[in-house]
Design a protein around this ligand. Structure first.
Ligand code: ZN
Length: 440
């Protein structure tokens, strides 16, 4: 301000009157980034200004002028990067020592869908606080608690990551269970944790049911039973899902199942137990995403030394073969002392053990996450016109990936969710569907 007070007194009054008379202009937020990382190229730029308006990114660059009246957020001592993606989680499932001895079949029996939906809301907030702005929620959510979570976030009731949800996992009768006839036939007790679909008609109907009830991706059990789904049956899933604009992820646990899923042209494969060198080569050639769910040995009780050694070797083999890698956790349990988000980021330990370069870990956590979620044109990259999601950390994750363990700042849809390491989610809570009501 260089004007003299005497000279500006009258114009100030006039300006104030004008401000009251004119329609309110959209508030601009200007974020000063000490360093901005572009994970796609694995490079960073210092001293960048990022403008945010109406929930979207405006101009971004080192020579961008900060408009008068903008709210300035000074993150010049931090590194900014796009939000993280967990490509495989189950936010409405949290198995634990008490009461179910970490046996998730018992969670299905003992916890209602409404309780699990509220747990999902809490887990979503915990994931967002750890920097995960997108979560693919791949089933095991009771009676569509995942759709409820997605809608509550989209409508503006609560903060949370953008959710890509599968609805109920579709499998042959029994799904991942070996149920009693009472459970399977009468659909008591554990139903609806899985949708039974053994015939072509049932496959079509199951896909349509999930689409009707708000799934935005389809999840199938490829080989949960020895008979599993054939290549033709998986193709039927893919073509029926495509009518609703949905992709198909396969839960795969055998090499034979992986071979059928790859041959059918599935979008993504969850878990690594069926993935060997040959399957990785075929996945790379076909461009099939790998959601390996690589549990770290540090999460005691959730893997074994032998299993972990296989997991690390398989992840390394996938990387060497050029498979599109996503960061995925399957972190659907309670670890005392840790938030759900802290459990999810702990999985970088496996990636470090596999000696994946930091830039590639970051790419799996961001760029490939947006691709598998199909948000790359709307949300994810820090790019003009896209939804304004970003996070900030101390240090440089390209040099030390552990920098991601302590997310200090989170912006979601242009609103500050976390600042100075503290959640400040007030602006996300509303007494109504401020973003518009939608049923699915
Ligand atoms: Zn899972």
């Amino acid at each position: 301000m260089t004007r003299s007070i005497a000279a500006s007194a009258v114009p100030l009054v006039a300006t104030a009157l004008l401000l009251f008379a004119a329609p309110t202009a959209a508030q601009v937020t200007a974020i000063r980034a000490g360093r901005l990382i572009d994970p796609e190229s694995g490079t960073s730029t210092e001293n960048v200004v990022i403008l945010v308006e109406n929930g979207r990114f405006g101009s971004i660059g080192t020579d961008v002028a900060i408009p008068a009246g903008a709210d300035v957020v000074d993150l010049s001592d931090l590194t900014i990067l796009p939000g993280l993606v967990d490509a495989h989680n189950h936010l409405a499932l949290t198995y634990k020592e008490d009461p179910e001895s970490n046996i998730y079949y018992l969670t299905y029996v003992m916890e209602s869908t409404p309780l699990r939906a509220i747990q999902a809301a809490s887990n979503g907030i915990q994931m967002l606080a750890a920097g995960f702005t997108i979560v693919r929620d791949m089933g095991n959510n009771g009676n569509y608690a995942d759709t409820a979570l997605r809608l509550a976030i989209e409508q503006g009731w609560i903060p949370g990551p953008t959710i890509i949800n599968s609805g109920i996992i579709i499998g042959g009768m029994g799904g991942q269970f070996w149920p009693t006839p009472e459970m399977a036939v009468d659909h008591n007790i554990v139903y609806p944790e899985y949708l039974d679909a053994d015939t072509h008609d049932e496959i079509i109907k199951a896909v349509r049911q999930n689409a009707l009830f708000g799934a935005t991706v389809i999840k199938i059990c490829v080989d949960c039973k020895p008979w599993g789904y054939s290549v033709d049956e998986i193709r039927l899933f893919i073509s029926e899902a495509a009518k609703a604009g949905l992709r198909v992820e396969g839960h795969v646990q055998t090499v034979a199942g992986a071979g059928r899923a790859i041959e059918a042209g599935i979008w993504s494969i969850a878990h690594d137990s069926g993935l060997n060198d040959e399957m990785h080569k075929r996945m790379a050639a076909a461009g099939i995403f790998r959601a390996g769910t690589e549990t770290p040995i540090s999460l005691t009780g959730h893997t074994s030394p032998e299993r972990y050694a296989r997991t690390v070797a398989s992840l390394r083999n996938a990387f060497d073969n050029g498979v599109p890698l996503t960061y995925s956790t399957d972190a659907d349990y309670y670890v005392p002392g840790m938030t759900r988000g802290e459990v999810a980021i702990e999985f970088i330990e496996t990636w470090k053990a596999a000696e994946i370069p930091n830039a590639d870990i970051l790419r799996a956590l961001t760029t490939n996450g947006y691709l598998v979620s199909e948000t790359e044109e709307t949300r994810g990259p820090i790019r003009t016109g896209l939804a304004a999601d970003l996070i900030a950390v101390s240090g440089d994750p390209l040099q030390n990936i552990d920098a991601l363990r302590e997310v200090i700042f989170v912006l979601k849809d242009g609103m500050i969710f976390k600042q100075n390491g503290v959640m400040t989610p007030g602006s996300f809570f509303n007494g109504g569907p401020v973003n518009g009501w939608n049923i699915r």
